[in-house]
Design a protein around this ligand. Structure first.
Ligand SMILES: Cc1cc2nc3c(=O)[nH]c(=O)nc-3n(C[C@H](O)[C@H](O)[C@H](O)COP(=O)(O)OP(=O)(O)OC[C@H]3O[C@@H](n4cnc5c(N)ncnc54)[C@H](O)[C@@H]3O)c2cc1C
Length: 394
């Protein structure tokens, strides 16, 4: 029997934003989560200005800001030339109510959202419930999930697959995940070391270009995360050793090599986009729909933008204010900006940081020397431009 609800698979930042947005609009939502609790994994740590604007409408921006660091500025540096450029989101204060990034782990956001949703009568969450299959007909979509060692099924009006990069929903729907995996990997080293004390004028977000080995330095409350590229000829085994992390850290500040290392994580890096974000009554959002390298912090942010775009359409349809054709706009808008803006920008960000060519340094100088260019550039890196582009697509 069809339940009058929207099913969401995955209680990551994208699934819980989708749930919060639906419930707020009076649409009952059920989240199926494979894990026994919310993930603790240390992943995204940057929330962009328009994402904060969206979270504000859900009542989640203020508690997130309270637990994070406000980062109004970011820098580009090189190992050999020092500071190349500094940009200030204050310049786009007319385009956002939050002219800064917030540096905070994504696991803080998921906890804030779940705490707010938990007691709501229209919200339900099923932990320890991995979804194994999805089928649909004209009237409903059915999920098959595992619970206490038994297979169960439930049907609803709509389904959002927000179950991450290896999405079971995407696989069950037979949607291709097109793109490529970089041969290099990414090593994230977290340390309580205070880089402000040794690098004058450092901001909380800093990208350090270098043709040999770039890195970026991101501050979150209590820790700095230093992300390095692991080269194609360096093995995973080698990259997981303490010696490897210590050797890379020794290249960050000349003369400093003894860091306390809180933890290290090695990641594969992909650039992939699902062939479609909609199949009948089922949708893909977040990492289930697209994945990219973390340069520019666009993965989770883009996923939250998907969740808001989609749930506003579903809520309008639910209340008789839109028709089914409007749901196709979700795929049209979000898939195109994912390809045009997020994929293109993150690939360019990586290439710029590792290029020996001075063109990138010169382009930063050109942008900084012109107020209009700086304004447009900040709209682009803050992802406001991609949201405007999506809206133009109609
Ligand atoms: C090192 C690193 C740094 C990053 N930094 C940034 C950043 O600064 N800014 C940014 O925007 N992005 C960043 N990202 C990307 C970001 O972490 C992801 O884009 C984000 O987690 C996507 O959220 P999601 O909710 O779509 O998926 P996930 O966070 O992967 O959540 C998916 C959820 O679905 C659950 N699940 C999986 N399969 C099933 C199933 N079959 N049934 C039920 N539940 C299931 C999982 O347990 C999980 O809870 C970074 C990523 C990495 C690796």
């Amino acid at each position: 029997m069809r339940e009058e609800r929207v099913f969401i698979v995955g209680a990551g930042p994208v699934g819980l934003v989708a749930a919060a947005s639906l419930v707020r609009a009076g649409v009952p939502a059920t989240v199926f989560e494979a894990g026994g609790d919310l993930s603790e994994e240390s992943r995204a740590s940057t929330f962009h200005p328009p994402t904060l604007d969206m979270l504000d409408t859900l009542g989640a921006a203020a508690p997130l800001i309270a637990q994070g660091l406000k980062a109004p500025k970011f820098q580009y540096r090189t190992k050999s030339h020092g500071l190349l450029a500094e940009f200030d989101f204050g310049i786009i204060a007319d385009a956002t109510a939050h002219p800064f990034r917030v540096q905070s782990e994504q696991s803080k956001l998921t906890r804030i959202l779940l705490d707010q949703l938990r007691e709501h009568p229209d919200f339900e969450i099923a932990f320890n419930s991995p979804v194994r299959g999805v089928t649909q007909d004209d009237a409903s979509v059915t999920v098959t999930f595992e619970r206490n060692g038994r297979i169960e099924t439930r049907s609803a009006r709509w389904l959002i697959g927000a179950d991450g990069a290896s999405s079971s929903v995407r696989r069950a729907l037979g949607i291709a995940f097109e793109g490529f995996t970089w041969p290099e990997r990414l090593l994230v080293v977290s340390t309580p070391f205070d880089f402000h004390a040794v690098i004058a004028g450092l901001t909380a977000v800093n990208y350090v270009a270098d043709p040999e080995r770039w890195h970026f330095l991101l501050q979150i409350p209590g820790l700095w995360r230093v992300m390095f590229l692991v080269k194609e000829n360096e093995s995973d085994e080698q990259a997981r050793t303490r010696e490897f992390a210590i050797a890379l850290m020794a290249g960050v500040v000349p003369g400093i090599s003894h860091y306390e290392i809180a933890h290290t994580t090695l990641y594969k890096v992909h650039q992939r986009v699902a062939k479609t974000f909609r199949l009948g009554r089922a949708f893909l959002a977040g990492d289930a729909a697209h994945i990219n390298n973390p340069l520019g912090g666009m993965g989770m942010n883009g996923g939250i933008h998907d969740a808001i775009n989609l749930t506003e359409r579903l809520a309008a349809l639910w209340h008789g204010k839109a028709d089914d054709a409007d749901l196709d706009r979700y795929d049209r808008q979000r898939r195109l900006v994912t390809l045009e803006a997020i994929q293109a920008q993150t690939i360019a960000n990586k290439q710029n940081l590792e290029s020996p060519d001075p063109a990138f340094r010169e382009s930063l100088r050109t942008i900084q020397s012109d107020a209009h260019r700086t304004y447009d550039y900040l709209l682009r890196v803050s992802m406001i431009a991609s949201l405007r582009r999506a809206a133009e697509l109609g």
